[in-house]
Design a protein around this ligand. Structure first.
Ligand code: IPM
Ligand code: MG
Length: 371
């Protein structure tokens, strides 16, 4: 198979984690006889520094012409601490989502036995958690009209949804539920918001065509609580843009490390894959960030190409590193391995070079200086 992949390394730890994911993709290409051609492009604070624009036109053109996009991370503290900044890195990502019509953001949340002890939840609640959030990504309050009055004393953000924007992602979520445990939960605030009442109406109508899927509804405040109290109850969660942003960060901590979670943003054309973590500027350039979120995003990319065996071997390799204690600093702050070491181990695994031959004493282990 021959595919064009746009690579946007982005900000902070983005470049170093993305490099490991590309390394794994290279190993897949070599082992399974595929050709992946990469085109690197700019977005975020990096793009502002180099071009003054968080999303140069060239990046949009390259992405539109690609089969998929692998993206690292976005954001820089110099903008976070300056609410008056007119140009912000995040504008790049939001514009890219809109330009490519990436209307559905998929965030799978699965737990790993090797990491249960890191979860803030009790072990019995963490075991067997396996759900996926379908977050609407190009509508709602993120993209509504924004206003600030002349005196700077009143502001508003409109939240607008059209039935069509709801139904196109709802169909994807129902189809995903059909392939999973056949349960779909719509998270909204229909007791208060008109947009949420439209979501309920549209989703109920669509449900008639998916009789094998059980549909239920949760208000977002209750959902926020249920995700912590009993995350196992969920299979597919469908929700609007802002609720999805919030509950997906909440859900991510269940696994024990934010560094592990991948995501896919899909629409009608090329799709974008990115770890859900941020740019973690404090760790940038230190080779300590967790590359698994990016590598697992590459696995979702392979799935998207229909390469399910290839995606499965990447996931198997990730599991292998976790169960053998090859983990980065976020998981074991005392005895940890480098970002690049993890990338090397996982690409070796997919090339069939381990387990047999690996000797952990031959791999550079970085001892923390705090003990
Ligand atoms: C995410 C991020 C983005 C969002 C930011 C960086 C604009 O938090 O992908 O969840 O709010 O959608
Ligand atoms: Mg977010």
């Amino acid at each position: 198979m021959e595919k064009n992949i746009a690579i946007i390394e982005g900000d902070g730890i983005g470049p170093e984690v993305t490099r490991q994911a590309v390394r794994v993709l290279d190993a897949i290409a070599e082992t399974y006889n595929h050709q992946f051609d990469y085109t690197y492009c700019l977005m975020g604070a990096d793009a502002i520094d180099k071009t003054g624009n968080p999303l140069p036109d060239e990046t949009i053109e390259v992405c539109l012409a690609s089969d998929a996009i692998l993206f690292g991370a976005i954001g820089h503290p110099k903008y976070d601490n300056d609410p008056t900044a007119k140009v912000r890195p995040e504008q790049g990502l939001l514009r890219l989502r809109k330009s490519l019509q990436l209307f559905a953001n998929l965030r799978p949340v699965t737990t790993y036995p090797a990491l249960h002890h890191l979860s803030p939840l009790k072990q019995k609640n963490v075991e067997g958690v396996d759900f996926v959030i379908y977050r609407e990504l190009t509508g709602g309050i993120y993209f509504g009209k924004k206003e600030l009055n002349a005196e700077g004393t009143q502001a508003s953000d409109d939240c607008v949804y059209a039935a069509e924007e709801i139904s196109r992602i709802a169909h994807l979520a129902f189809q995903a539920a059909q392939k999973r445990r056949k349960k779909l939960t719509l998270v909204d605030k229909a007791n208060v918001l008109e947009t949420s009442r439209l979501w309920r109406k549209v989703v109920k109508e669509i449900a008639a065509g998916y009789a094998d899927v059980e549909l239920d509804f949760l208000f977002v405040d209750n959902a926020a609580m249920q995700i912590i109290l009993n995350p196992k109850q969920f299979d597919v969660i469908l929700t609007e843009n802002m609720f999805g942003d919030i509950i997906s960060d909440e859900a991510s901590v269940i696994t024990g490390s934010l560094g592990l979670l991948p995501s896919a943003s899909i629409g009608n054309g090329s799709a974008l894959f990115e770890p859900i973590h941020g740019s973690y500027p404090q760790a940038a350039g230190k080779d300590i960030a967790n590359p698994l979120g990016s590598i697992l995003s590459a696995a979702m990319l392979l799935d998207h190409f229909g390469l399910s065996d290839e995606a499965a071997i990447v996931r198997e390799a990730v599991n292998w590193t976790l169960t053998h204690g090859f983990v980065t600093k976020d998981i074991d702050p005392v005895n940890f391995y480098f970002t690049s070491t993890l990338g090397e181990l996982i690409s070796d695994y997919v090339s069939g070079r381990i387990p047999g031959s690996v000797k952990s004493e031959n791999i550079e282990l970085r001892k923390s200086t705090i003990i």
